[in-house]
Design a protein around this ligand. Sequence first.
Ligand code: AMP
Length: 321
Amino acid sequence: MQPSGNLHIGNYLGALKNWVRIQPDYECIFCIVDLHAVTLYQNPAELRAKIEEIAALYLAAGVDPEQSAIMVQSAVPAHAELAWMLTCVTPVGWLERMTQYKAKAAAQESVGDGLLQYPVLMAADILLYQAAIVPVGEDQAQHLELTRDIAQRFNSLYGETFVVPGTSLPSVGARVMGLDDPTVKMSKSATGAYHAVALLDPPERVRKTIMRATTDSLPAVDYDNLGAGVENLLNIFQAFGGWSSEQMRAHFEGMRYGELKKQVAEMVISCLEPFQRRYREITSEPGYLAGVLRQGAERVAPIANSTVELVKQRMGLYTGA
Ligand code: AMP
């Protein structure tokens, strides 16, 4: 995740929750992608503070630093090094077609090259560790497709080098929509005051945002005629509560929107409460997070460096040997 803006329930349900679920079954590496964050200007002091905040949020969600590596992208220079090598096998046309690039570029007066190269750096993050699967929200599925294309192109040009990774999307919560506008995905950079529930929002704030959520002109939940706003609220409840679709329908069919919102708000608050408690505990221990991040980088750097060595050999670059 990028250390920019405030992590919200979309980040949690789309990615973080799935990370914790798969953690016992895989050797996992969870990266804080600060090099991606600076594709748009970041205030340096705020960026520095955000990096540890994100690490604390990973831990609060249940990522276990004994089991999984948690590291910062810029602490392992191999990320940037491999990104350059992959840039050289990536056609510009592939990058210009990316929907996230088009949306972000349209919002800028002058488009930085980093914004275009963003998915190549993401491909490097993944291919560097020969990852089998990448657990992301739906908005990143296109970038994963591109990562596979880049890996296959490299493999066909230079011989088998990279594992071609799969995508893991959660069954519910892969795309949480904006609460003020359910036609757009919930996003850290959106400016609307009641657009998102941030993971560190206090209960009163969560209640207020959800009670103001945009619904539609019907009075109550009608499963045969669900508007985007109501569907989004139901999805949020289901993803947090872990209810089955049958349970959801039996409970919510015919419920008035005011009551639906109240129940969604209470579900979200009850799930965020222990999460926020753990966050406060983690951040109250001086030096703890810096240690976790240092250890994470030390653990993954040998894997990353050996991939870069292999790629250099394959491409005929100077290895000194
Ligand atoms: P980012 O906000 O771009 O740093 O994304 C971090 C992770 O959260 C990625 O895996 C995204 O796919 C996921 N994510 C971001 N926004 C949403 C959303 N609205 N719904 C579900 N997943 C999301």
